[in-house]
Design a protein around this ligand. Structure first.
Ligand SMILES: *Cc1c(COP(=O)(O)O)cnc(C)c1O
Length: 408
């Protein structure tokens, strides 16, 4: 039998199980829930092996069978994927975690892991004939989607809160996208995009209202599996905003079980959602053992990517945490900045503040005994530090006295 490029079959509602064929631009289920992409994994199982993967290109397209893009001609790629898995040996010693690792998503095109969602989302948008897309964003997603959209020849309208990091605004402008600033938070930007999309017929690619970005982000889960030598770590810490990455990684692990690459009875990594104490709706819901989160009032954190007061996929994030015996933990901005600095000083990598939050959480969970010394712990660094120059401050006069004069 002929092998397919993709084994995508349909979109399914995780709440009411309604199905959609996904051949045209599709958003939420009629019941209001986000939709998840489904594949014919039973048939794929007969055609696909780990052995085949080994010779493939080191991008996320190596998993094209479990991505929704049906034709390789519609691929919009900048070479995203297969980011390094780095052993954090020196820092691990200070935490008493000899098996501390970081997956460095900062090395992706556009400087953040939003490139994964944008690559797959924009490719699928191209495939279903989208010409104009619109999105609300805290910065990195807008930058990534604007840049990938320009590569696809799609017009992008990006709406951001005023306080969004400067660099991401400039990325949108550089890409030729239109940028609008809102004096408010991401959900205010979301309302503006909803209204404008309805009025102008734009394709609204808000987090999880567009069902394919999660498919791009789930490839982190497949990569983790390959990079750990076809095993998985014990704990994975993820800086959680909308939670797409966490939902995606969990989805990948379930698919790997169905494919038979992970034994069906295997214990999955405990998934940890890390948030800032000043914007922690998932943590609050987790502590109250709830299945949905409430809106977090007056959200504010320097880790802008996780400044999301209400996530539409909150129930999926919480399910992934409960099902894996994970947890949700908040850290302060001071704690996450301190660990961001530690990573640069001890390991030579200037990570983003959101990434710093995962290290702060790993440290705390080790101290409380929730993580054991011999466990394999993976922190996801979701972006590069140089996109956030303001997280390091200094005064010229403190450094002038150290300057040396070079004699000719
Ligand atoms: C968007 C973003 C996050 C959060 O990702 P979600 O999938 O929305 O949870 C974390 N870190 C950075 C750098 C981001 O840009």
């Amino acid at each position: 039998m002929k092998q397919n490029y993709s084994y995508f079959t349909h979109l399914e509602c995780p709440k009411c199980k309604e199905e959609y064929d996904g051949s045209t631009a599709t958003h939420l289920c009629v019941c209001g829930s986000p939709l998840l992409a489904r594949y014919d994994l039973q048939r794929l199982k007969e055609h696909w092996s780990i052995e085949q993967l080994k010779t493939r290109e080191p991008t996320l397209w190596r998993y094209h069978e479990v991505l929704p893009v049906l034709s390789p001609a519609n691929r919009v790629s900048l070479g995203e994927g297969m980011t390094p898995l780095v052993h954090m040996e020196t820092l691990g010693k200070t935490y008493e975690l000899p098996n501390l690792y970081m997956k460095d998503e900062g090395l992706l095109p556009t400087g953040s892991f939003k490139a994964r969602g944008a690559a797959v989302g924009v490719s699928k948008a191209k495939e279903v004939g989208v010409q104009t897309l619109a999105m609300p964003t805290n910065g990195n997603a807008g930058a990534a989607w604007a840049l990938y959209a320009s590569r696809a020849g799609i017009q992008a309208h990006i709406v951001m809160p005023l306080q969004t990091p400067e660099i991401t605004k400039r990325e949108v402008i550089a890409a030729g996208g239109t940028l609008s600033l809102i004096d408010g938070l991401i959900h205010d930007a979301g309302h503006a995009v909803s209204e404008a999309s309805k009025e102008h017929g734009w394709y609204n690619v808000s987090t999880l209202k567009e069902p394919y970005r999660i498919e791009g982000k789930k490839t982190m889960g497949y990569e983790i599996f390959e990079q750990y030598g076809y095993h998985l770590p014990d704990v994975i810490l993820y800086p959680t905003g909308g939670g797409v990455g966490l939902i995606g990684i969990y989805k990948a692990f379930l698919e790997l079980k169905t494919l038979g690459w992970i034994p069906n009875d295997a214990t999955l990594p405990r998934l940890v959602a890390v948030q800032s104490e000043t914007c922690a709706p998932i943590v609050k819901a987790y502590e109250q053992r709830k299945t949905h989160a409430e809106v977090w009032e007056n959200a504010e954190t320097i880790a802008f990517g996780i400044n999301v007061p209400k996530a539409i996929g909150d129930f999926l994030v919480l399910e992934a945490i409960y099902e894996t015996n994970g947890c949700a933990l908040a850290v302060t901005d001071d704690e996450l900045l301190a660990e961001q600095k530690q990573v640069a000083e001890r390991e030579g990598n200037w990570i983003c503040p959101e990434g710093g939050a995962t290290f702060a959480a790993a440290k705390k969970l080790r101290q409380s005994g929730w993580i054991q010394e011999d466990e394999h712990v993976l922190c996801l660094n979701t972006g590069m530090g140089i996109k956030y120059p303001d997280t390091v401050t200094y005064h010229d006069e403190d450094y002038l006295k150290h300057s040396i004069t070079i004699k000719h």
